[in-house]
Design a protein around this ligand. Structure first.
Ligand code: 5AD
Ligand code: FES
Length: 347
């Protein structure tokens, strides 16, 4: 099948046979597939969400991590990171600032930091829930027991982000130390869904050793999981990791995957990620035009932003939250869309 027929089939059926996905994923850029894919993805996105772009205020509250993922700049063994933890009061004042800037979703993201016990996290979530009853609370704190997830949910958390990173067991083992497993990662995602969270999964594009078949596995896994949110971004190298010599993922491949995901999951919340904005100055705008409908600006205090360095050259580490807010309004509008101040639940 030619790319045009494949794209039409994907838009109509929201899936393709393996050979169809593989053909789209490997299609030559010169054949013009991307322009067609982006146009279809944008059409579908406008059908469901109009030109609305939802904001999520990201609070990176700890860069301490007990894990040692080979790709990540804040991995445990990186001695060059100056580690920090925000206090409950600091987290709450990030929320307050975000609220006054129009944010109605707070994402508490951190490394897997045992300092934040379930008891502490429950206290923090409950307090945010009490002070900002109209807001969605999203957690992104890694792999936990089902009981822990249930406790955060009962305290008022609505959403949970946990990228699966790769749905292929062998590839997973090349990106992570033996102490981590794809099985547990998947268990977490299904537990979160069963508990009632809106769940976000996702993967890096162009991570070391990733093959086209791996990406196909990712798409099949996402079909099985049925996530509300799908976060993808290019892999970007970090000098203090075992992958320091591995090349960055590609902008065009990431955009192509965003468009494919929009056609597979018309109602999904798909962010134009910070990594996308880092690999190209207009990357997030391009992501929006390829089907993304969410942006996750940083609400962390300015003095810690540089310390949450998952990869090099991360954008927005020198700006205040208010500066990013103004900047984004402009960028989103220039790309042809409009920022909406609401919880931004999936339609
Ligand atoms: N490049 C791009 N993305 C990364 N992440 C972690 N390290 C990197 C990197 N070097 C992503 C992972 C993680 C999310 C919070 O950030 O997918 O789930
Ligand atoms: Fe942060 Fe533009 S979004 S400076």
């Amino acid at each position: 099948m030619d790319p045009k027929t494949l794209i039409a089939a994907l838009a109509a059926e929201h899936t393709l046979p393996d050979d169809g996905f593989l053909a789209l994923l490997t299609a030559d850029e010169a054949d013009g597939v991307d322009a067609l894919l982006f146009a279809e993805a944008d059409r579908v996105r406008r059908e469901v969400y109009g030109i609305d772009v939802y904001l999520r205020g990201l609070i990176e509250f700890t860069n301490v991590c007990k894990n040692n993922c080979f790709y990540c700049g804040i991995r445990r063994d990186n001695r060059n990171v100056s580690r920090y933890r925000l206090t409950e009061e600091e987290i709450l004042s990030c929320c307050a600032e975000g609220f006054s800037l129009g944010y109605r979703t707070f994402v508490l993201q951190g490394g897997e930091d045992p300092f934040y016990t379930d008891e502490k996290l429950v206290t923090i979530v409950s307090e945010i829930r009490k002070r900002f009853p109209s807001c969605a609370i999203t957690l992104s704190v890694g792999e936990k027991s089902r009981a822990s997830y249930q406790a955060y949910f009962d305290a008022g958390a609505d959403r949970y982000l946990l990228r699966h990173e790769t749905a292929d067991g062998d590839h997973y083992a090349k990106l992570h130390p033996a102490s981590m497993s794809l099985e547990n990662r998947k268990r977490c995602l299904f537990d979160l869904k069963e508990i009632g969270y809106q769940v976000g999964a996702g993967m890096m594009i162009g991570s070391p050793y990733q093959t086209t078949e791996n990406l196909l596995h990712d798409l099949r896994f996402l079909e099985e999981l049925g996530p509300h949110m799908i976060g993808i971004g290019p892999y970007l190298t970090h000098r203090d990791t075992p992958f320091r010599d591995m090349p960055n993922g590609s902008l065009s491949m990431t955009l192509r995957l965003i468009a494919i995901l929009r056609l597979m999951f018309p109602r999904a919340l798909i962010p134009a990620t910070t990594a996308l904005g880092t690999i190209h100055p207009k990357g997030r705008e391009m992501g929006l035009r390829a089907g993304a409908n969410v942006i996750m600006p940083n609400l962390s205090p300015k003095d810690v932003r540089k310390k949450y360095e998952l990869y090099e050259n991360k954008i927005c580490t020198g700006e205040e939250a208010a500066e990013c807010r103004v900047c984004l309004d402009r960028r989103v509008e220039a790309a042809g869309y409009r920022v909406v101040c609401s919880r931004g639940d999936a339609k």
